[in-house]
Ligand binder design. Structure first.
Ligand SMILES: C[S@@+](CC[C@H](N)C(=O)[O-])C[C@H]1O[C@@H](n2cnc3c(N)ncnc32)[C@H](O)[C@@H]1O
Length: 235
């Protein structure tokens, strides 16, 4: 695994001299990509997204990836997280399985099953459940809804996605299982956090170095799922 400190300290600034018909926002985006050490490192290591480093950092801190593991990765495209999971998990072991799902089509990743669908639709959730061949150790969600620009609508969409990921985790996780989800500062309702804290032995927030400072995203890591409590405990 790459050394996070070395990655974040590489800092050669690239400035585009010519616009070449680009709008200001696409020029700004391209400059940010060219100056982003995580984008460069991801390319070098063959990771499909810089997001891969967020999962590496989360795992370094919370140590939830194991050799034998059944994992569902929600909002998996283009596949950076799924690639990291596939590197860590030995899928030839009997209790190992990796399922990724996204609205967007993904190129195959060896040892994984990738589903194209909207996670908020019952049909998609049912197809994941049908594919599962046992209780799940880890539910990952890096899902982020597309934004409308309308603050209240965007906020509700974010909450909706996180809650549906949690409902799913409640149904499929095994005792002591783990739920890792992207949330946004000011995004998670306190009533939701309360239920989460009842459902898991430990609930922590973490912002990886590879998560852009200007982004309000952070990750919630809930470990030691209490299956018995969750039978009667819905939001
Ligand atoms: C930040 S990206 C995930 C990056 C990924 N973890 C990686 O490492 O490459 C967020 C993803 O969530 C997906 N997404 C958003 N809403 C979704 C939904 N309702 N169902 C499935 N996927 C969804 C988007 O299509 C997008 O690909």
């Amino acid at each position: 695994m790459p050394d996070q400190e070395k990655i974040s300290s590489r800092n050669q600034k690239v400035k585009l001299k010519k616009n070449r018909g680009r709008t200001l926002s696409s020029k700004t985006w391209l400059e940010r990509q060219l100056n982003d050490p995580y984008v460069r490192e991801a390319k070098k290591l063959g990771y499909r997204s810089r997001a891969a480093f967020k999962l590496i950092e989360l795992n370094e801190k919370f140590n939830f990836l194991k050799e034998e593991l059944r994992v569902v990765d929600l909002g998996a495209a283009p596949g950076g997280w799924t690639q990291i999971v596939a590197q860590k998990v030995n899928t030839s072991l009997p209790n190992s399985q990796i399922i990724g799902i996204d609205l967007l089509k993904m190129d195959p990743i060896q040892g994984t099953t990738l589903i194209l669908g909207d996670f908020t639709e019952e049909e998609t959730v049912n197809s994941i459940k049908t594919l599962l061949n046992g209780p799940v150790d880890l539910v990952l969600s890096d899902m982020a809804p597309s934004t409308t620009g309308h603050k209240k609508t965007d906020h509700l969409r974010i909450i909706g996605l996180i809650e549906s990921a949690f409902f799913f985790a409640q149904e499929v996780l095994k005792e002591d299982g783990c739920f890792v989800a992207k949330v946004f500062q000011g995004g998670a309702e306190s009533s939701f956090l309360k239920v989460l804290k009842k459902s898991f032995g430990s609930v922590k927030h973490f912002k990886p170095n590879s998560s852009r400072k200007e982004s309000s995203e952070l990750y919630l890591v809930a470990q030691n799922f209490k299956k018995e409590i969750n039978k009667n405990n819905m939001l």
